[in-house]
Structure formats: C-alpha cells, structure tokens
Ligand binder design. Structure first.
Ligand SMILES: [Zn+2]
Length: 273
C-alpha cells in the first residue's frame, strides 16, 4: 500500500483526500503478498494491453486537452462511495474474478438468493476465462472493471493508468458486447490520474462502505459479523470472488434482509442528472 504524496493530496477536494488517505486492503487471490501491498505490475507483454497502449499514445494530444478540461466537480460526480441514505438499500460487489475455482459457485449462490451483485473483474483473468464472464453477464449481474493487470495504479503514469482501464474495457466489451459503467481501482488506491482516466472513459469509480475481509479471515462467522455490524442505508459491501464469499454470502444476505435491508443493483447508486 502506498500513500499519495502531500502535493497531490493538496490539489484534491477533501472527500477524495479522505478516500486517498484511508487504508484499503489489497487482494491475496492475485497478490501473494502481505495484505496491504500490491506489487502487481502492468502486463505490458499482453497483446490487448499493447493495443490499448498504442491507442492511448496515438491520441495523446487530444487526451491531454480532455483531461485538462476536467474539473474537480466533474471528478467528484464520477465517484460513488455510498448510495442514497434515505432508503434501506445495500449493494454487493465482488472483486478479483473471474476465478475458475469460485465464480460458478458464487453465481449459483446469488441466483438461489435472488440477489443482484456487481463483479469487478480483472481484465487478464477475464481474457483467460471468457466463459465465466459470459456466465456472469448472462446471469443478469453487472460487470465492472478492476483494471487489466490488477496493478497499483498510483504507481503508474497517466498513460499507463488509462491503458489499464482501456484494455480491461476492451476485453469486457469483446466478451459481453457491453462496455462497463463502473470501475474499482485495485486496493481502492486513488490518485488524480486514476480519477481522470476513469472519468475520461465514462467510468464511475466505486469505493465501498463495508469490508468483511472475506479473503483472509480465519472464520466464516467473523466475515459475517464484519459484513453486518456497521451496515447502513446506501451501503456497498466489498467481497471477493473467493471460497469464503461462497460460504458466507447466503448468511450475510439472509441476515441483512432480516434487518430490513433490500439488495439493489449498483446502477441504482448512480448520481442523477
Ligand atoms: Zn482486487
């Protein structure tokens, strides 16, 4: 986990600075390191990445003009950190898939529960597992971008960040026929280049309110408790396409519903206007 430097933070509105300073865990399914560190790097040898990078480079002049025109208000409108708090709604999100060992089981569990969810898929894993991406899409679930390489975007240049989002979009579009509306930077690590790149591609950057730590928890009961104990209207639950999520999501959904919450698709959290 890196922290943004102070100069960058001073240029950023307060709501973003808070998000930037808060610690968010990264994901061990992809990164076999201590939680909080994401050393994955861009897959610069991948043909999809190379093609996306070429397109980004070809449009650098126009890109710089577009990015320079983005105001803080434009960026702010493109970040979803919570849903509306006037309704008892919450939404489920699953990062880091698709995963051959988990995605189908997770989809089965969600179908059984009749609950909507968003899968923030990693581009290179989507490319390796197109059938799983198709299963998510045809099951009626939303697909968001979790970048192409699951790299720490705050360490990359503006062009590389844009390439990460663009390559992931290309893969998702190639498989499902649709371009994602939402993205989640790995680890929740934000910077101005990240926010600008997402906005330039028309993506909403989605954070979360509740992190039950499904990827490294010692027990199901801890995951379930952490998912529910601070739940509030407009909540966004961060989970992962991992075995612990398959085991715990039925109880989390059942208990949250018993508390009066209704699960809604993430698209309902899009700002109006
Ligand atoms: Zn992740």
């Amino acid at each position: 986990m890196t922290r943004p430097n102070l100069v960058v933070l001073l240029m950023i509105p307060s709501f973003l600075a808070v998000a930037l300073l808060s610690k968010h865990p990264t994901t061990p399914l992809l990164v076999k390191l201590a939680p909080g560190i994401n050393n994955a790097s861009p897959r610069r040898n991948n043909p999809t990445w190379i093609r996306a990078r070429r397109e980004v480079s070809a449009g650098t002049v126009a890109l710089n003009a577009r990015l320079a025109a983005l105001t803080h208000q434009d960026l702010e409108r493109r970040v979803i950190s919570k849903g509306p708090s006037r309704l008892p709604t919450i939404t489920l999100t699953f990062d880091d898939g698709p995963h051959p060992a988990c995605t189908r089981q997770l989809l089965q569990a969600l179908h059984k529960l009749q609950v909507p969810a968003t899968f923030f898929v990693v581009g290179y894993m989507a490319e390796k597992n197109p059938d799983l991406v198709r299963a998510i899409h045809s099951g009626g679930f939303e697909i968001g971008s979790h970048t192409f390489s699951h790299a720490n975007l705050t360490l990359l240049s503006q062009e590389d960040v844009l390439t990460e989002f663009r390559a992931a979009n290309d893969v998702i579009k190639r498989i499902t026929g649709t371009t994602p509306l939402f993205c989640r930077p790995p680890g929740g690590d934000l910077s101005l280049p990240v926010l600008r790149s997402a906005a330039d591609l028309g993506l909403y950057t989605v954070m979360w309110t509740d992190d039950p730590g499904d990827y490294d928890s010692p027990s199901n009961s801890i995951v379930i408790r952490k998912a529910l104990h601070r739940l509030s209207p407009g909540g966004i639950i961060l989970m992962h396409d991992c075995p612990r999520a398959v085991e715990t999501v039925p109880m989390i959904v059942t208990k949250a519903r018993a508390m009066g919450y209704r699960f809604v698709p993430l698209s309902q959290y899009r700002p109006r206007g």
